[in-house]
Design a protein around this ligand. Structure first.
Ligand code: ADP
Ligand code: ZN
Length: 304
């Protein structure tokens, strides 16, 4: 049976795991995110150790951005303008390519999660869908025609500019670039700052915070619906553990679109529950996604 290494490179931690073509994870470990000089030798050692137990077939890296994903670029495989110490313009793919003679899948953490959901999770029947994570930040991955969308760079769906009625919500937002973009208004840290709590978990389910949160997420889903025409929108990440958000978004979205999109996914009160949905892989979406990138890169090599 094939064995794949998944590396989920996040802002606070790197998760490494071994999985198979079915997305079953047999082994995982976590390292805190430090500079490349500190964390990469630990990961390389982990892969060498795992290789002692059986052949590894491919490596997949789902990574925090921004990334250079254009294979024609000499910088392909790099993390680009990040403020994280040591990672700015660091070519993570090249590092692994130089050490392991294996196919290496590489994409944003959210595109990776989208691919994992497509292979093994909530989007197995969909070729056009969005995976949005609502956590410390907000980010989205997109699959169109069965392929992950990159475009000129890659989508930055968390920084969508959305309407804010300042008479209802005077919060200035926390995005250092745009203040009141979606991430600035609706990420976990924005909930914490706006309502003065240590964690979004401290806000009880009946708190007005959740109506406002649902409104911003519904507005984002309206814009994604209008621009990308997805078959599904998967909402994952820590904040979406508040399951009440889903029913609120299901109610708000048709009102925002106001009968303009006459598709049953929006107009039918049952079908909309299958349109805006939780991640099928739950907390595993990120690492399963990294393994999915490895599986995909292995499959491309089989075709080539
Ligand atoms: P990250 O985005 O860092 O990968 P998460 O997706 O877990 O991690 O998101 C972390 C954020 O989610 C934090 O801001 C936290 O306040 C919020 N969060 C975590 N669990 C819950 C919960 N059960 N309900 C609401 N918010 C939560
Ligand atoms: Zn922003």
């Amino acid at each position: 049976m094939e064995r794949f290494v998944g590396i989920e490179a996040g802002g606070t931690k790197f998760v490494c795991a071994i999985g198979n073509r079915q997305g079953e994870i047999s082994e995982r470990t976590v390292f805190p995110t430090e500079t490349p000089e500190i964390v990469l030798p630990k990961i390389i050692d982990y892969i060498h150790q795992q290789a002692l137990h059986g052949k590894i077939d491919a490596i997949g890296i789902g990574c925090f951005g921004p990334l250079e994903l254009d294979r024609k670029s000499s910088q392909y495989g790099s993390i680009t303008a990040t403020p994280k110490p040591g990672w700015r313009y660091f070519n993570i793919v090249e590092k692994f390519k130089n050490l392991f003679d294996l196919p290496i899948g590489f994409d944003t953490d959210v595109n990776a999660a989208a691919l994992g959901e497509h292979y093994w999770g909530a989007a197995q029947q969909s070729d056009h869908f969005i995976y949005l994570t609502v956590g410390t930040g907000i980010g989205g991955g997109v699959m169109i025609n069965g392929k992950l969308l990159h475009g000129a760079l890659h989508p930055e769906m968390g920084h969508l500019l959305i309407p804010q009625d300042k008479t209802q919500d005077a919060f200035e937002g926390i995005c250092p670039y745009h203040h009141n973009c979606l991430e600035g208004l609706a990420s976990g840290p924005s909930l914490m700052k706006r309502w003065g709590v240590e964690s979004a978990l401290d806000l009880p389910p009946e708190h007005e915070a959740w109506d406002l949160e649902a409104y911003y997420l519904a507005a984002a889903c309206a814009n994604y619906t209008l621009t990308l025409s997805p078959q599904k929108i998967i909402l994952g990440g820590g904040v979406m553990k508040q399951k009440n958000l889903f029913s609120k978004i299901h109610q708000l979205l048709p009102n925002l679109l106001n009968n303009y999109i006459l598709h049953e996914n929006i107009t039918n009160t049952d079908k909309i529950k299958d349109y805006i949905i939780p991640a099928g892989l739950g907390d595993n979406a990120g690492i399963a996604g990294a393994i999915a990138l490895a599986v995909q890169s292995y499959a491309y090599q089989e075709i080539a």
